[in-house]
Design a protein around this ligand. Structure first.
Ligand code: BES
Ligand code: MN
Ligand code: ZN
Length: 519
């Protein structure tokens, strides 16, 4: 498989950007900056930025890109618009770094210097981080994350060389080197790389990423990061009596897999075990309730939740997060084969609850039901599942915001705040019991669909049946896992959504681990 991403080496220096060995200098300017007051920039560009500013060609508007030559000769400079100083957030810095690094790749250079980004530190809102060195760390981490995220290439199977080269090295300057600053950069690299691992998996076609291949890729990723991994095959799954997972898998020639990941740092308390469950449908045809042909190709990304769980576990291990974490990823295709589950069929879950299948296209909740139950068997104390679960969630929240569901509200709020820190936008939707009537079945405990009304909520209520009394959050990423419209900071394609949210939840365990989250 061709290379799809690379984490560039990232270093810091005290020198000014204009005397480092580099192919390109990437700078940044606020709308309320005055370019003539930035002496080094003024001199290096021979006043070109002010002239562009005066004629209105470049005015620092957010994500605008201005390319110019440096007076000295060959080296070029790219300036990224930072918008209004008062609107700056670390999320914006990460996105601007992506824009800068993508611009560099577009100019086909591989060694870049980010110059003057230290100026952003003083403009970060006080709530985000406190002292000047923490602010510098936040900027450096966001830059490291951004340049790593920009170093992803979706056209992995193109055989011509039309692809933009990946960056090799990035220098941030001027920054004071310190152990804390280096740790911040490394954090940014690990988070960016984990997102790219999830994006690479989601980008992989259904024919190259079958459940068996997905499980082997998960094993390799886990082993490299020092995460414990077990892969169950169809016999192992049958022994656990996972009738919902096996029911979905029946329609396919490809056997299902169940991947279980363990992060068990020795000093961690045994009282808190964070459990992640991710939807791993490697291709969703809809099954016998088959989907229309239009856009069906997009359903290769129906394992994005599972990929997020695998990548997040790897990042958690790499960062040495002192918290026990478990990942469970049920993997199968949803195909309309001759032995496929049919509408009206009844399946028994591993937990024992029975489900009347109304629509075979509501398969994600089935495999997650068995997955959530299994995570509970493994002793987790807090649950989060991630899934490209419903078109209804896309209708409700669009393509930029994931849906959050769960109980108790306080746990949902913890995950929401983590998503905010991660730069993954997410927002709560209700799980009131009133909606449960929509899942009533005449023949079994409940149905697998609840009709068109509140489709994202009834899907969540189905999952809730398998969460016992644990604090649980369901994150519906159907709208956010794949970017259909390119943005300056997000090319068309897989986004890696939820990876950084899960890591942020794990990193914050000190605060939520003590809360009373009974439901
Ligand atoms: N994987 C789809 C959800 C989806 C839809 C993801 C659009 C991304 C974009 C899921 O398995 C599905 O088919 N859900 C059905 C449920 C329905 C049959 C109750 C849906 O949303 O239409
Ligand atoms: Mn489906
Ligand atoms: Zn699906």
């Amino acid at each position: 498989m061709p290379t799809a991403h690379r984490t560039p080496t990232i270093g810091v220096t005290r020198r000014t950007p204009f005397d480092t060995e580099t192919d390109l200098v990437v700078g940044v300017l606020f709308e309320d900056d005055d370019p003539s007051s930035l002496r080094a920039l003024h001199e290096a560009t021979g006043g070109e930025v002010e002239r562009a500013w005066r004629r209105g060609e470049f005015t620092g508007k957010l994500f605008d890109v201005f390319v110019t030559l440096l007076a000295a000769g060959q080296t070029r400079a790219v300036l990224i618009g930072a918008g209004q100083r008062r609107d700056l957030t670390t999320d914006r810095i990460r996105r601007m770094a992506i824009v800068g690094a993508l611009a560099a790749r577009g100019r086909r250079v591989t060694r870049v210097t980010f110059g003057g980004w230290d100026r952003l530190a003083e403009a970060i809102p006080v709530s985000t981080s406190s002292g000047p060195s923490e602010k510098a760390q936040a900027v450096a981490q966001a830059c490291a994350e951004g340049v790593t995220l920009a170093n992803f290439e979706g056209g992995a199977y193109k055989t011509d060389n039309s692809l933009r080269p990946l960056l090799e090295s990035v220098e941030l300057c001027p920054f004071d080197e310190s152990a804390a600053l280096n740790a911040a950069i490394q954090r940014g690299q690990v988070l960016g790389e984990a997102s790219n691992i999830a994006r690479e998996l989601a980008n992989e076609p259904g024919n190259t990423l079958t459940p068996r291949v997905f499980a082997e890729r998960a094993r390799a990723i886990a082993e490299q990061a020092g995460v414990g991994v077990t892969v169950l095959d169809e016999d192992g799954i049958a022994e656990l009596k996972m009738g919902l997972l096996l029911g979905v898998a029946r329609g396919s020639q490809e056997p299902p897999r169940l991947v279980v990941l363990h992060h068990d740092p020795p000093p961690a308390s045994k009282d808190v075990v964070l459990g992640f469950v991710g939807k791993g449908i490697t291709f969703d045809t809809g099954g016998i309730s088959i989907k229309p042909a239009e856009n069906m190709d997009k359903m290769k990304d129906d394992m994005s939740g599972g990929a997020a769980v695998i990548a997040a576990m790897a990042a958690i291990a790499r960062l040495g997060v002192p918290l026990r974490c478990v990942g469970v990823v049920p993997m199968t295709e949803n195909m309309p084969g001759g032995r496929a589950v049919k509408p009206g069929d009844v399946l028994a879950s591993a937990e024992g609850k029975t489900v009347e299948i109304i629509n075979t296209d509501a398969e994600g909740r089935l495999i997650l039901g068995d997955g959530l139950w299994y995570a509970r068997q493994l002793g987790v104390t807090h649950l989060i599942d991630v899934a490209t679960l419903t078109g209804a969630c896309v209708v409700a929240l669009g393509k930029t915001t994931s849906g959050l569901f769960g109980a108790p509200d306080r746990w949902v709020e913890e995950v929401r705040q983590a998503s905010e820190r991660a730069g993954d936008r997410a927002w709560p939707l209700p799980t009131f019991d009133d909606y449960k009537d929509q899942l009533k079945s005449e023949i079994a405990d409940f149905t697998n669909t609840g009709g068109r009304a509140a489709g994202a909520t009834t899907a969540a209520l189905f999952l809730k049946e398998f969460t016992g009394t644990l604090p649980w959050v369901h994150m519906d990423i159907a709208g956010t896992a794949w970017a259909e419209e390119p943005k300056p900071y997000q090319p068309k394609g897989p986004t890696g959504v939820a990876v950084r949210t899960l890591v942020q939840v794990a990193l914050a365990a000190d605060s939520w681990g003590k809360l009373d989250l009974k439901r």
